[in-house]
Design a protein around this ligand. Structure first.
Ligand code: PLP
Length: 382
């Protein structure tokens, strides 16, 4: 099978050395040898989260960490403010309700970023709100939320600040301690470029004070157990983790460290501006407000007269490049180009070339080469 190029917002292309790490022999997960790997991964996660607080890995997808973040801080009926500007913001609200919480929603138009003043006004009026959730990079719309500004506001109230950085950590600026984030979560298969199946969470002292007073709504995701077991000698996870994925996480995080977090984020920023310039040069329209556009995924309006099925189908079947469609009410109306993880100029050049050929082939009036040239221009200056 010819390898397809994944230009989707996760899972992303996994480097051969990370895949190779997974083929090492499975070991006892309650051994000193495994404890070293676990500790290394958790410590590197804290480094990437830019926090002094410990981090914990959970075997499960990113949503497991989202559920751990919310389920552990809510007693029945507790109020939580969920900022909802897309599918993943909505997911936090659904998780809160599923865990017995009382979700107060701040709805933001899809494609726009939340206005921090709106968060302030709600917190000012309602002192029962126990936590605020925000998705940093709303993967469904390609919007990056102002997590630093919202953090400055939440700090002045008696509420925890919970942030989903599943599709931004390792690809965009996330500084957990500087931004006053209490609980931050991520997943393995996006900017960190490990295979799917691992999630990570970091928890502040303030959050532990709350968690320790809550009857956890979950058994598997009770973070107190993850903390307790991590503190064992040798360090452990409460239940059997995916040992092979832990090898992969270590290797993927080694790659992040070798590249350097800052350089990695700059690489993502360059890929994002190259992508935006390329689609605009083709005459396509961006879905999200450009001044709040994501560093890791770009949502593009589906051009008139072209269907999602034909467009993405041709990209995949004829040119071997996988793009993502729209989610929920954006299905068919937008497509999304992921540029996260190990993305480089080569990926973008071939993606734009294939996109131009696809759209021209489907009858659009496209001047071949404009998108590719925009990528070249971006990388020449970048
Ligand atoms: C991918 C993603 C998730 C988690 O999805 P899983 O399929 O559970 O890994 C959560 N939030 C955001 C913003 C995402 O992009």
């Amino acid at each position: 099978m010819e390898e397809t190029l994944l230009m989707i917002p996760g899972p992303t292309k996994v480097a051969p050395r990370v895949l190779k790490a997974m083929s090492d022999a499975v070991m006892n997960h309650r051994s000193a040898q495994f404890a070293d790997i676990l500790t290394e991964v958790n410590e590197m996660m804290s480094e990437v989260f830019q926090t002094e607080n410990p981090s914990y890995t959970i075997t499960g997808s990113g949503t497991a960490a989202m559920e751990a973040a919310v389920g552990n801080i809510l007693n029945k009926g507790d109020k939580i403010l969920n900022i909802v500007g897309g599918k993943f913001g909505e997911r936090f609200a659904q998780i809160a309700e599923a865990n017995g919480g009382n979700s107060v929603k701040l709805d933001v138009e899809w494609g726009k970023a939340v206005n921090p003043e709106d968060v302030k006004n709600i917190l000012e009026e309602d002192d029962e709100i126990k936590a605020v959730t925000l998705v940093h990079n709303e993967t469904s719309t390609g919007v990056a939320s102002p997590i630093e500004e919202v953090g400055k506001i939440v700090k002045d109230y008696n509420a925890l600040y919970v942030v989903d950085t599943v599709s931004s950590l390792g690809g965009d600026d996330v500084a957990v301690d500087d931004y006053n984030i209490d609980i931050c979560v991520t997943g393995s298969q996006k900017c960190l470029a490990a295979p799917p199946g691992m999630a990570a969470i970091t928890v502040s002292d303030d959050a532990w004070d709350v968690i320790n007073k809550v009857d956890s709504n979950s058994y598997y995701l009770d973070v107190r157990k993850y903390k307790k077991y991590a503190e064992h000698t040798p360090s452990e996870t409460p239940y059997t983790p995916s040992v092979s994925l832990m090898y992969a996480m270590r290797e993927a995080l080694n790659m992040v460290m070798e590249e350097g977090l800052e350089a990695r984020i700059e690489r993502h920023k360059l890929a994002a501006s190259a992508t935006r310039n390329a689609v605009k040069a083709m005459g396509l329209e961006l879905f999200a407000d450009e001044d709040v556009s994501s560093t890791t995924v770009t949502a593009v309006k589906m051009p008139e007269g072209v269907t999602d099925k034909d467009m993405r189908g041709t990209m995949r079947d004829k040119y071997g490049i996988v793009l993502a469609g729209g989610q929920d009410h954006l299905k068919g109306n937008v497509f999304r180009i992921g540029h996260m993880g190990n993305v480089n100029y080569r990926d973008l050049v071939v993606t734009m070339a294939a996109l131009e050929m696809t759209l021209k082939g489907l009858g659009m009036d496209i001047c071949l080469g404009n998108g590719v040239a925009a990528v070249e221009e971006a990388y020449l200056i970048g």
